[in-house]
Design a protein around this ligand. Structure first.
Ligand code: AMO
Length: 439
């Protein structure tokens, strides 16, 4: 079988760079085939690449038969290389076209396609995710990931400029950290191990060496529920800071969220337009309400939650309606926070912890951590956990680990907010949920 290779063909231009003023120039463009038309005297197709598109036009009178035959073979989404001359053409989209002198079909797409990457035929989310490789070619879908990228870049640049060190902690681990969420067991030679739920314990220990660390990485949660905002694998931006408290890291988080919004508003105008989403940069300072105040606000609105219970989604939705935008809920009951959370000095039923909400959605959670060995052991026991399983980790706490605080921010959830998408699956390239392990 002959395989069309690139050989010595190389792009000279991206599609969007081809302009009417280049009339007469020879160019080589490469991309995927969009609409194909045959209008009797003329054949043309739209070539899309990552920059945009350009029309390739072959007048039958002036084009060698071999090239016309190749255009006849083309199918939508095939990848092609076109060598040709730039021609000013007022009737063509963007006022310019490429008249081919040579076409190389690099890979012919099979027909029919499972979905229409030009987005004219609507498909449901499951069909789209099943054919994600094609779905990701849609302009609207690419806009989501460009926004995610720009937001993450803004966050990363800021953290680096604040002296944070980017770290990578193990994802194959021996213990749980987030008591509420279940673990995925894996077989690790002759032992059982787990996929990491959070870089929590490692990032804490690393404050002893680097003082300020951050990580952008996957977290794995064996949660069975099927919601619009939970996945079994998600990306979390985690920070941990030595000699800091919850309130200090809330300030950092607030600043980062505003910077992410601003970066997207400044640099992703066309993507936001494609998504038909109006982005409002949240005003600072974000409101800070305590958990107890949140219960009072809810009660006034007729939603009764018993003190000490976590906020179920309907209560979060109500709070989103009543408070709205970006806001913190602080001072959670210690009993519903993980073992590493610092109790409040004034009231040990409470903890030095917070969640960052956006409308109804929890974007991040964090707090001051316990840095003293004996208190940590007590807390482990009070949660019914066996300190023996945390033995190697506990060692670090014996050697003068500094007081520290930090948070974990769900990047996929932040992307939901920045793009106005209702389902987290839209904001993850290849989402993993209870039913979906492929593609
Ligand atoms: P938590 O469990 O609240 O805290 O997770 C932090 C943030 O990560 C996101 N997130 C998820 N996103 C999608 N699907 C999931 N299943 C999922 N689980 C969590 C959320 C959440 O706010 N160790 C602490 C963080 C810390 O205290 O530093 C932790 O993991 O946006």
């Amino acid at each position: 079988m002959t395989v069309a290779r690139l050989g010595d063909w190389r792009r000279t231009h991206q599609a969007a760079d081809i302009r009417p003023e280049m009339e007469g120039e020879e160019v080589v463009v490469m991309g995927r085939v969009g609409d194909i038309r045959d209008l009797g005297g003329i054949k043309f197709f739209i070539l899309h690449d990552v920059s945009g598109f350009v029309q390739v036009t072959a007048p039958k009178q002036k084009t060698p038969q071999a090239i016309l035959d190749q255009i006849s073979k083309l199918t939508q989404e095939s990848s092609v290389a076109v060598r040709g001359k730039v021609v000013r053409a007022s009737q063509a989209p963007r006022g310019v076209e490429v008249v081919p002198s040579e076409i190389k079909i690099l890979n012919l797409a099979e027909t029919p396609l499972p979905l229409d990457p030009l987005g004219r035929v609507k498909a449901n989310l499951d069909t789209r995710l099943d054919a994600r490789a094609l779905d990701l070619r849609r302009q609207e879908v690419r806009a989501i990931f460009r926004i995610k990228n720009v937001a993450l870049q803004a966050i990363r640049e800021r953290l680096l400029s604040l002296g944070f060190v980017e770290v990578h902690t193990p994802k194959i681990v021996a213990t749980a950290t987030e008591s509420g969420a279940a673990l995925f067991p894996i077989s690790y030679f002759e032992r059982e191990a787990f996929l990491s739920q959070s870089p929590q314990l490692y990032k804490e220990v690393l404050t002893g060496a680097f003082e300020r660390v951050f990580e952008v990485g996957p977290i794995f949660r064996a949660e069975e529920h099927d919601t619009t905002h939970h996945l079994n694998e998600a990306i979390s931006v985690d920070i941990e800071v030595a000699y800091a408290t919850a309130s200090d890291v809330m300030d950092i988080l607030e600043d980062l969220i505003v910077r992410a919004f601003k970066a997207v508003a400044d640099r992703c105008g066309s993507e936001l337009e494609t998504l038909d989403h109006r982005l409002e940069v949240p005003k600072t300072p974000f409101p800070r309400i305590t958990y107890t105040e949140a219960l009072q606000i809810l009660e006034k609105a007729g939603v009764k939650i018993r003190w000490g219970e976590d906020l179920p989604t309907p209560a979060e939705r109500k709070l989103g309606e009543l408070v709205g935008g970006a806001y913190f809920i602080t001072d959670w009951p210690l009993a519903i926070k993980p073992f590493y959370t610092m109790p409040k000095e004034e009231d040990s039923k409470l903890s030095e912890s917070f969640d960052l909400m956006y409308d109804w959605l929890e974007l991040a959670s964090g707090g001051t951590r316990i840095h003293q060995h004996d208190l940590l052991v007590r807390q482990l026991k009070s949660k019914g956990l066996n300190p023996e399983s945390f033995k190697s980790h506990l060692l670090s706490y014996r050697y003068g680990l500094p007081p520290h605080a930090g948070w974990g921010l769900g990047l996929d959830r932040l992307t939901m907010v920045l793009t106005g998408r209702e389902n987290i699956r839209e904001c993850v390239l290849f989402p993993r949920d209870r039913r979906r392990l492929t593609p």
